[in-house]
Design a protein around this ligand. Structure first.
Ligand code: NAP
Length: 251
């Protein structure tokens, strides 16, 4: 997986939120085939299973975590090399106060809190020879820059994407060389509980995501919509310029 799996040391430990969902399961299977140790972070009260295409159970450490409980994950994150922030919710046409709070908490603020927490954990843990460089992947969605026929989904995913752009200026841009690698997943519609009529399959999307990560991309785009391939890099570059010009680091 680019730098992550090319290191000759131990296999990476990968933790994925939204682990019971379609893409969470597909990414876990993809990482398993690359030899990673897996942690599934899932809010559901049930036992989380991971199976391959033949129905065989795959090794997975199942950890329960729900939005709002981010601090509780600090000891577990000590072990993690790649944290994939994948959980998400789509309230569709609901515009109630509860739906607004749920969208902001699940899609934006919990991921931002986990990003900050992981960055702190990584900054404080000693370098270990052979340990892969730590990475955070944030699954924002095309809704970051395009209509998704769901205003609260768009608002919350845009907030997540903008917070990532802003904080990446400090978290991934260390004067002594970047320590935490940050990757953004910008995905088009795929089939899942969140979007039953998506065009793509979750396994196809996961395969493409892992292939692009293996090529070293930090901006990973998988969508049939060609406009996203043009707009997303421009949006990222525009934000980088704007945030860099108007904000400063407190370090
Ligand atoms: N499907 C699409 O068309 C599409 C397109 C672009 C981006 N995405 C993004 O891809 C990610 C995965 O979505 P998916 O399509 O695979 O949907 P999914 O199957 O519904 O999975 C989403 C998972 O997020 C977790 N989640 C939901 N509410 C939560 C909460 N309150 N607290 C903690 N976890 C919660 C749940 O997993 P646990 O029960 O395991 O916690 C859920 O299974 C999401 O971020 C989504 O926005 C989806």
């Amino acid at each position: 997986m680019g730098e992550t799996s090319s290191v000759g040391g131990r296999p990476p430990c990968v933790a994925i939120t939204g682990a019971s969902g379609s893409l969470g399961q597909a990414l876990l299977r993809g990482w398993h085939s690359r030899g990673a140790r897996l942690i599934g972070l899932s809010c559901g009260p049930r036992q989380l299973d991971l199976r391959d295409a033949a129905g065989q159970l795959l090794p997975l450490r199942d950890e329960t975590w729900c939005v709002g409980e981010e601090d509780r994950l600090a000891p577990l994150l000590e072990e993690v090399d790649v944290l994939v922030l994948n959980h998400g919710v789509n309230v569709h046409g609901d515009r109630s106060a509860a739906a607004t709070e749920q969208s902001l908490e699940v899609n934006a603020l919990s991921s931002w809190r986990l990003l900050e927490l992981f960055a702190r954990v990584v900054a404080e843990r000693p370098e270990e020879p052979g340990r892969p460089r730590p990475e955070v992947w944030l699954n924002t969605s095309e809704a970051e820059i395009q209509p998704a026929l769901s205003p609260l989904y768009e608002i919350s995913k845009r907030l997540a994407g903008q917070l990532l752009s802003l904080r990446a200026l400090d978290l991934a841009d260390d004067p002594n060389g970047p320590r935490l690698r940050i990757r953004r997943l910008v995905l088009g519609p795929f089939r899942s509980a969140l979007n039953p009529i998506g065009l793509m399959g979750a396994d196809f999307v996961a395969t493409q995501v892992l292939a692009q990560a293996g090529l070293g991309f930090n901006l990973i785009i998988v969508t049939p919509n060609p406009v996203t391939y043009l707009l997303m890099p421009l949006a990222s570059f525009g934000r980088w310029l704007y945030f860099r010009a108007l904000t400063r680091s407190s370090r």
